[in-house]
Design a protein around this ligand. Structure first.
Ligand code: TZP
Ligand code: MG
Length: 212
């Protein structure tokens, strides 16, 4: 099973420093998995996107951190990534499940209804968000608060859940306590001047105490 506790996500457009160095520090700080999400304004495409993806994947492989690709089915296949994550409006989840049988598959949800549907699929985990307000995804839906995760657990969704959106050091714990198996985050680490410290603080916030 993939360890979702500290799920760092980013693309070059999210980083104030060098993305490779940002990920290197995030891994040292204790993230448990990584999603390459090269998307939106200022993001790279084509060969430049692939080159960056390969460097980030290499880092993950050296440190045994799962490398998940956001949305880009062709890239995930080409790189033989550990998994793929899609949203409700991306490549159809049925297609993804068919093509990535042996891989980790994650699906984003926003409502209880979407989470219930996801629970019936062969996905490995579901993302729930945005939990809090976020500047990172301009088209994000209205924040639901951690209550959404409680509602989803109440209707017996048993899949691993990872919260997303505006999660930082002071609210990560309440996301876990609402029933999440992990928190995912972009800007708290990617826009930090000190990604190592930021990732370490997130790990501590989730685990209460660092056991490594
Ligand atoms: N999906 C829902 S919110 C979000 C995504 C990709 C952005 C999360 O970024 P941040 O910086 O952790 O709020
Ligand atoms: Mg999407």
């Amino acid at each position: 099973m993939i360890d979702l506790r500290n799920y760092f996500i980013m693309g070059s457009q999210d980083c104030i420093g060098d993305p490779v160095e940002t990920l290197r520090q995030a891994i040292q700080g204790g993230i448990t998995c990584f999603q390459f999400r090269e998307k939106g304004e200022g993001s790279r495409s084509g060969k430049r996107k692939e080159e960056l993806a390969r460097k980030l994947q290499q880092l993950c492989q050296e440190e045994d951190i799962p490398f998940i690709v956001n949305d880009d089915v062709a890239l995930a296949k080409k790189l033989d990534a550990d998994g793929i994550h899609v949203g409700q409006d991306d490549t159809a989840i049925e297609t993804v499940l068919h093509d990535f049988r042996q891989k980790v598959v994650g699906l984003s949800t926003h409502t209880v209804e979407e989470a219930l549907l996801a629970n019936e699929l062969n996905v490995d985990y579901i993302g729930v968000g945005p939990i809090y307000g976020t500047k990172t995804k301009p088209d994000a839906k209205t924040p639901s608060g951690p209550e959404r995760i409680k509602e989803i657990r109440k209707v017996n969704v048993t899949k691993p859940i990872v919260g997303i959106g505006g999660i930082h050091i002071d609210n990560a714990r309440e996301v876990m306590e609402a029933g999440a198996d992990g928190v995912s985050y972009i800007s708290i680490v990617s826009r930090s001047e000190t990604p190592y410290e930021a990732a370490r603080a997130m790990r501590q916030a989730v685990e209460e105490e660092v056991r490594y």
